[in-house]
Ligand binder design. Structure first.
Ligand SMILES: [Zn+2]
Length: 259
């Protein structure tokens, strides 16, 4: 058994017995970890009230390779993301991000150390972005998806035709199974295609080039929100089986669709 130090964001926290909590934490150095926090529910707990989803912590824990759930020894709060917690419109996209990572990532650094570190960096960037933003929160969700898709090694081509490599212009068909846009000359096989109008394509290309806080500066039109949402949904559903039916995303959509 070794004593390890890292930082992580709590994706999920469930009670265990009378006094403890089982946490799912996305960590910088070990990927997704299950940790038990003994005595975390008591009023005199040394952890205070910080062991909640979305808390960014410096943690110390006992690691034993043969064990599925590791033992948390110490947790110090680095960021509580107060902006996200105070505003439901921000809470939902932030929880959707945590939910998706939880669903997608295998335990420990099962996707490889590099990818797991890069996705931890992305998680912090997107939470900081949502925390500080005052508009266009949905951009962060799309931005997170586009970056994560690339980190995990999927192809997402929005500038050149996936077959002939010519730069495309205007409204284009997208073949999710081929990983991007396909020009009318090459699009001759049967099968489902999604269409992205010229505006939506330009929007997505711009969005993927932005950094952190700048993500909220682009204004999508109502039509673009629908199109982009539908396209990314199709993309994830095709490539990532476990994507179907995330509750947080369902609630968030219902909230957004309310008049
Ligand atoms: Zn082509």
């Amino acid at each position: 058994m070794s004593l390890e130090k890292t930082e992580g964001v709590i994706l999920r926290s469930i009670p265990k017995g009378e006094t403890s909590k089982i946490l799912t934490v996305y960590t910088r150095d070990f990927g997704k970890l299950a940790l038990i926090a003994k005595g975390a529910k008591g009023p005199k707990s040394k952890f205070g009230g910080i062991l909640e989803p979305l808390s960014h912590l410096a943690i110390v824990f006992y690691m034993k390779d043969s064990r599925e759930v590791q033992l948390l020894s110490q947790g110090d709060l680095l960021n509580f993301f107060p902006g996200i917690r105070q505003d439901l419109e921000k809470t939902w996209p932030a929880l959707a991000v945590c939910d998706l990572l939880n669903r997608l990532m295998p335990p420990r650094s099962g996707v490889g150390k590099e990818k797991s570190r890069a996705s931890f960096g992305l998680l912090l960037d997107v939470l900081r972005g949502i925390d500080g933003a005052d508009r266009n929160l949905i951009n962060f969700w799309w931005w997170f998806l586009i970056k994560l898709i690339k980190i995990l090694g999927y192809r997402l081509e929005l500038i050149r035709c996936v077959r002939c490599r010519q730069a495309v212009e205007g409204t284009m068909a997208v073949r999710v199974e081929k990983g991007g846009v396909i020009c009318p000359r090459c699009d001759d096989e049967p099968g489902r295609r999604t269409v992205l109008t010229a505006g939506s394509l330009r929007f997505l290309v711009k969005l993927s080039g932005l950094l952190g806080p700048a993500v909220s500066t682009l204004n999508p039109s109502k039509g673009q929100v629908k199109e982009i949402d539908f396209f990314l949904d199709q993309f994830l559903k095709f490539h990532i089986e476990s994507f179907q039916g995330l509750k947080s995303i369902k609630f968030w959509r219902e909230m957004r669709d309310r008049p």
